[in-house]
Write a protein that binds this ligand. Structure first.
Ligand SMILES: Nc1ncnc2c1ncn2[C@@H]1O[C@H](COP(=O)(O)OP(=O)(O)O)[C@@H](O)[C@H]1O
Ligand SMILES: [Mg+2]
Length: 331
């Protein structure tokens, strides 16, 4: 299950991603955690010290390796340098599984041990000024997008992406890569504005979007969210003492998280799992092709000097069974 946390900076994306990851780990489920937020903070939110978090390998720096691996023996992609972040898999491409070891995870993922269990963490790497708003930003988040487009995840495997809800994810199609998207919103007008914009983009693509209220302190906060968001409001978390203690470097065990916040995380888990039955791999594949063609035309063809539409394998559908029907195994 691919799950995104999006929202305004400071709303609590990273905090809620980390709590949700802990919840999954606590019930023994395999998790691949991905930090694609502008402020790279997921490692620390998962309890790593700053130094260890800063030393995590950046996916952005391993983009050539990621491309080379995923390309496999796909004859439509003769070299990694003609691959852009939206290049879809086809026959011969290598696919990824959440729980396997492969050269991409070897290079980029690191195990993080929580009280609740162990998860694997991937980070895009810190963004620089030049990454924002321009095509180069793709090189960081592009690695995440390529991995999602080559990932076959089953029902009880989770990929949780802490992500910036920027215009780049709309242009690239990254926002369509998830089974469910949790939009974290504080009960403020700005929080709601980000929700409205996201909803607008998501409308035409069948994105499953839920709002998760955060730092909700009283009945007025709750009423505000309900009136602005309606049925899209899934659940809310309060201002959490547990989170405050963790921020002060005095973390409590996850089991000590307040009851209502724990119940909210359970609601997220249920909402994520419910989307499984609505999975549509054909649509998922069509959408990646749609955005690939759009990106090819707007900048990719010019950048690579080739017609990137030729990378599309018309007969290919990414699906869970793809690995068992003759797709190449990771080396
Ligand atoms: N439910 C909460 N209770 C208490 N503090 C919170 C809560 N959610 C977020 N915070 C605090 O708010 C700040 C911003 O949260 P963060 O998760 O980093 O936001 P984002 O990733 O959206 O930028 C952090 O200091 C975090 O500890
Ligand atoms: Mg963050």
């Amino acid at each position: 299950m691919k799950i995104a946390f999006v929202g305004k900076g400071g709303s609590g994306k990273t905090t809620l991603s980390s709590l949700f990851i802990r919840r999954l780990a606590a019930v023994g489920l395999p998790v691949l955690a991905v930090d694609a937020d502008i402020n790279q903070h997921l490692g620390v939110a998962l309890g790593m010290d700053e130094e260890a978090a800063a030393a995590l390998p950046a996916m952005g720096a391993h983009l050539p390796l990621v491309k080379e691996h995923l390309r496999g023996s796909n004859p439509r992609i003769p070299s990694a340098d003609k691959m852009i972040k939206t290049t879809p898999p086809g026959e011969g491409s290598r696919l990824l599984r959440v729980t396997e070891d492969n050269p991409v995870f070897d290079a980029c993922a690191r195990r993080v041990t929580l009280d609740e269990g162990t998860v694997r963490l991937l980070v895009t790497g810190p963004f620089t000024e030049s990454d924002l708003g321009v095509a180069c930003y793709h090189s960081k988040v592009g690695a995440v997008e390529l991995c999602l487009n080559h990932l076959v995840d089953g029902r009880d495997e989770y990929v949780v992406v802490d992500m910036t809800a920027g215009s780049d994810s709309f242009a690239s199609g990254l926002f369509t890569r998830f089974d469910v998207t949790f939009l974290v919103a504080e009960p403020t007008r700005k929080g709601i504005a980000v929700y409205r914009q996201y909803k607008e983009y998501a409308r035409d693509f069948g994105v499953a979007l839920h709002v998760v209220g955060n730092k909700v302190q009283d009945a007025d906060d709750l009423a505000f969210l309900r009136s602005e968001v309606g049925d899209d409001l899934l659940t809310v978390l309060g201002h959490s003492d547990w989170v405050r203690s963790a921020e002060r470097g005095r973390p409590h065990p996850f089991s000590a998280l307040g009851e209502t916040d724990a119940a909210a995380l359970a609601a997220l888990h249920i909402a994520a799992d419910e989307t499984y039955e609505r999975r549509d791999w054909e649509r998922y594949t069509q959408q990646m092709v749609h955005f690939h063609l759009r990106n090819a035309e707007s900048w990719g063809n010019a950048r690579t000097g080739v017609d990137l539409a030729a990378q599309v394998d018309p007969g290919f559908v990414l699906r869970e069974s793809a690995l068992t029907v003759g797709a190449p195994q990771p080396v």
